[in-house]
Design a protein around this ligand. Structure first.
Ligand code: DAH
Length: 339
């Protein structure tokens, strides 16, 4: 039995050193120390030994078992180390290699200019508010003094969800929502998407963006409107911009005006950019109609206000001399990279 145990110890040592994986080690553990293992088999046979032999063999068997257990642990950690080294070798990185360049996009021109416009108005004490793009006919038209038979509805034909709900054709309904909720003083701008059922061409898109402005307080006059807009336009287009107010009509303002900036390309001479006009129209505005104020529960005898609305695409097109609105939505990087 003694020789048997010595032989087992020798063979186990060789086997363990030859094992190349954790699974192989586990198989060896079962083979030697498991319930039906070789060392266990010896221990089982010890019952047939003489009382003198028993402790000697018992001690040896325990030694062999402890030896194998120790070797198992040693070999396992060797294998682990080898595996780690192999991985480190395989994953070795050459820090002198040129890196992978992250292609950073640029801000879309519409977003960039909108940010600028927001900053200008925030600087004048305005808050930014938002309204829903799916809007009640009441807010989009009715409350803004555009009843069902009003001709303004023809130029703002839109997409109907049903008789009462439309995709908003303008950001003006946000005026009504703000005035219903908030009592004066009110000083807000509201940018967002608007929709019209226009066919897509160089100057029309069924989806575009507007920025609405609204100021309501005691004693607001047309002079406030002019001052605010001149300040805004000079910040946006440069201090030397020349601004012109032209009488116009909007159902929800009275009096109303359209605002032109002198063409910054030809300084009023007339060129391709301004289509020979010398002026570029950029927004509509006016004093909030008393009917609109009272529709929103604000007493027109006490309060007055002004409103303005501009098309973001137009402002950006004029600013960068972009001649086709479709460029904004096509995501052609050759176009987007230029900003
Ligand atoms: N909502 C108008 C449009 O889409 C633009 C506009 C004009 C807005 C005058 C206003 C305003 O707030 O006062 O054509």
């Amino acid at each position: 039995m003694k020789q048997e145990l010595e032989a087992i110890r020798l063979k186990a040592e060789q086997d363990l050193n030859a094992a190349e994986s954790q699974q192989a080690l586990e198989a060896l553990r079962v083979q030697y120390l498991g319930k039906k293992g070789e060392v266990t088999a010896i221990l089982k046979k010890m019952g047939g030994l003489s009382p003198e032999e028993r402790p000697v063999i018992g001690q040896l068997a325990n030694e062999v078992r402890a030896f194998i257990e120790g070797e198992l642990v040693k070999r396992a950690s060797e294998l682990k180390q080898a595996e780690l080294e192999k991985r480190l070798q395989a994953e070795k990185i050459d820090v002198t290699m040129p890196g992978k360049r992250h292609e950073l996009g640029t801000q879309h021109p519409l977003s960039a200019v909108l940010e600028e416009i927001k900053e200008i108005f925030i600087g004048m004490g305005f808050d930014i508010v938002e309204g829903p793009e799916v809007e009640y006919d009441y807010y989009n038209f009715e409350a803004l003094n555009i009843p069902k038979d009003h001709p303004a509805r023809d130029t703002q034909d839109t997409f109907y969800i049903n008789d009462n709900i439309v995709l908003r054709t303008q950001t003006s309904p946000v005026q009504v929502r703000v005035m219903e909720k908030q009592k004066p003083p009110i000083r807000v701008i509201s940018p967002g998407r608007v929709y019209r059922s226009d066919a897509l061409d160089a100057t029309h898109s069924p989806l575009f963006h507007q920025i609405e402005g609204l100021v309501v307080d005691k004693g607001i006059s047309f002079a406030d409107l002019k001052g605010t807009l001149e300040t805004f336009i000079k910040r946006l287009y440069g201090e030397d911009s020349v601004v012109r107010f032209r009488p116009h009509h909007f159902p929800f303002t009275e009096p109303s005006a359209e605002v032109d900036v002198q063409c910054f390309n030809c300084h009023g001479e007339g060129c391709r950019l301004c289509k020979g006009e010398g002026w570029i129209e950029i927004l509509g505005c006016g004093m909030v109609h008393p009917k609109v104020l009272s529709n929103c529960g604000i007493d027109p005898e006490v309060y007055s206000g002004f409103a303005l609305g501009m098309g973001l695409e137009r402002v950006v097109m004029r600013r960068y001399a972009i001649d086709d609105i479709r460029m904004f939505y096509e995501n052609d990087v050759r176009f987007l990279k230029q900003f």
